[in-house]
Design a protein around this ligand. Sequence first.
Ligand SMILES: Cc1cc2nc3c(=O)[nH]c(=O)nc-3n(C[C@H](O)[C@H](O)[C@H](O)COP(=O)(O)OP(=O)(O)OC[C@H]3O[C@@H](n4cnc5c(N)ncnc54)[C@H](O)[C@@H]3O)c2cc1C
Length: 378
Amino acid sequence: MDYRDTAEETEYREELTRWLAANVPARRAEPLDDEEAAQERIAWHRKLYEGGYIGQSWPVEWGGKGLGPTMDAILNEENGNAEAPGLPPMVGYIVRSLMMFGNDEQRERFIRSSLSGEIQWCQGFSEPGAGSDLAALTTKAVRDGDEWVINGHKMWTSFGQWADWCMVLARTDPEAPPHKGISAFLVDMKAPGITLSEIVVASGSPETSEVFYDDVRVPAANLIGQEGDGWKIAMTTVAYERGPSDIGMISALRKQLAHLEAQAKASGLADDPAVRRKLALAHVREEQVRLVALEQLSSRATGKPVGEEGSIAKMLQTEASQELAHLAMGLNGAAVITGEAADVTADYFQTRPMSVYGGSSQIQRNIISSRMLGMPRS
Ligand SMILES: Cc1cc2nc3c(=O)[nH]c(=O)nc-3n(C[C@H](O)[C@H](O)[C@H](O)COP(=O)(O)OP(=O)(O)OC[C@H]3O[C@@H](n4cnc5c(N)ncnc54)[C@H](O)[C@@H]3O)c2cc1C
């Protein structure tokens, strides 16, 4: 397999790199607060779209460029290299799944405006009693004329405070087997009956939220696919979420590792065999993730649909990020406790939930062992 850029990809990468050099917002000396960070991300999404860089692999009729998935990966990679604000992840999975399962009217209404960043999304799947066992969800949707009435409690709805719309899973047939009685809805986050409460995670950031749905009325036209399609839609969404789309994270890891190496050299720690071994291992990890992501991307470029292999990419990315953040904590010593290296500490805490969201690492191992390796479930 040849992972090098084609001539077309090289040209695109060069043009993009020049554009990024001219457009990436300057870093402010003092850290952004949560509201500013979210707004910066949304503004960057819109700027990239105006520049013609969002949606390279999306169909032309919905505002994309109709090119292969590698072009999106190049954007992610160069965005990471340029240390630009993060890209909106929901376009890569929630909107992708809406394009696959939504009807033409829904696509017309949402795809272009989501690619452009005019609409932001969140994902309302998990509940207090339904995370790994998502089919246990109890949020209900009951049909009432031309509307569905939703009641329930969702947990961990990330970006909910800033999202305009949410893809919500709700039980529409309580008599059906758990996986079959679920449907997926497009819910306006400003609809009456929705109450959101921020969850501040260990890094100190309210990056996620719990959302209460009390008699929330949703037009029947906002059902995605058919009644009972919710499980299929949810599994497709998470397969894209776990896949190799976020190759930008790898370039960010590479930058972080280079920074740590420079720091270790400057402080004399690079001569310590234990530190050298950890840095070498971090290089191996980063290369492992990169190759797996490239292999999965090239398989996607041939038109193969996403599947369980995303679990491997997700696990490796999680382990590489967490180990690197752990190494950074070690290299910074007491400064991570005194607050002198607050960014390193915040980064460490930000990597911790990676082994939980998008499906925990234990669940990814279950998927790899039972569905990919054919091992018995018990
Ligand atoms: C920061 C953050 C952001 C999130 N964002 C979103 C979001 O935007 N939208 C959304 O819908 N959800 C979101 N989630 C929820 C996330 O998907 C769930 O937390 C995750 O699926 C685990 O579910 P749970 O928290 O209910 O834990 P549980 O399912 O109760 O799991 C508890 C522990 O038991 C283990 N476990 C459970 N079942 C098994 C099993 N069968 N075999 C082996 N081990 C098992 C788990 O691995 C875990 O270690 C987010 C979570 C976090 C922490």
